[in-house]
Design a protein around this ligand. Sequence first.
Ligand SMILES: C[S@@+](CC[C@H](N)C(=O)[O-])C[C@H]1O[C@@H](n2cnc3c(N)ncnc32)[C@H](O)[C@@H]1O
Length: 252
Amino acid sequence: MARSSDMKNNQTPEQEDAHAGTAAADTHTRRPLRSYVIRSGRQTVAQQEAIEKYWSRYVIEDHLTPLDAQTLFGRDAPLVLEIGFGMGDSLAEMALANPDKDYIGIEVHRAGVGKLINYIENGNITNLRMYCFDAVEILANCIPDGSLDLVQIFFPDPWHKKKHQKRRLIQTPFVLGLMRKLKPGGRIHLATDWEHYAEQMMEVLSGIDGLTNTAGEGKYAQNTGRPETKFERRGNRLGHGVWDLMFAMEAA
Ligand SMILES: C[S@@+](CC[C@H](N)C(=O)[O-])C[C@H]1O[C@@H](n2cnc3c(N)ncnc32)[C@H](O)[C@@H]1O
């Protein structure tokens, strides 16, 4: 049992170890800093059953081998990657609405993975699979360079407090890594309900050579056509704003 003196932010050192991550290293401990904290919330019975019955059908368990999307989906179609799909509602909706595209989701939260498995199974969705693992590692190990048409990251954890902002996903090294995964002309679509994070996103993406803001310099994207996400609905109830950014890679 950890002593309270060992605990930071109500987490045991073991939890800190499991959560501290990859965007940057913690300068005191040299541990990498992760962009997420595993939530301990329980899964519903339906989510648990979905995980038990269908995990191997829809969740890609190999976190080390490059993904062969053509073999996985049995066709060659535009490939969309969503990082941090949460409970998966909007990702399932997009996959259903766009049968001509294939979708890969990444999420560390098992309840969300269970929920998305249920959407796939109940909706007969054939163009969507997922990883339940840290997106930073999946990008590095499994997503082939030049393979994606679109990367979407909707409402990434905002890490409000200044001392936690180094955990934010959208930082220059991470975006450079994303760009390597895109095809020429491929796009990055971000959204946030936290204005300070929107400004950081705009600064990071606008500062990278080879990326163009499709809405015009310094402008946020309007009417992108994406479905509202669960996190966004909660923000709307609280009166939060929403900022979308859509940047494209230069075509070759
Ligand atoms: C604030 S929630 C938003 C969820 C969803 N996009 C929505 O709008 O409803 C951010 C999600 O990103 C996930 N996440 C954060 N960092 C991640 C990472 N490195 N790899 C995979 N998932 C991550 C978290 O577990 C969390 O579910």
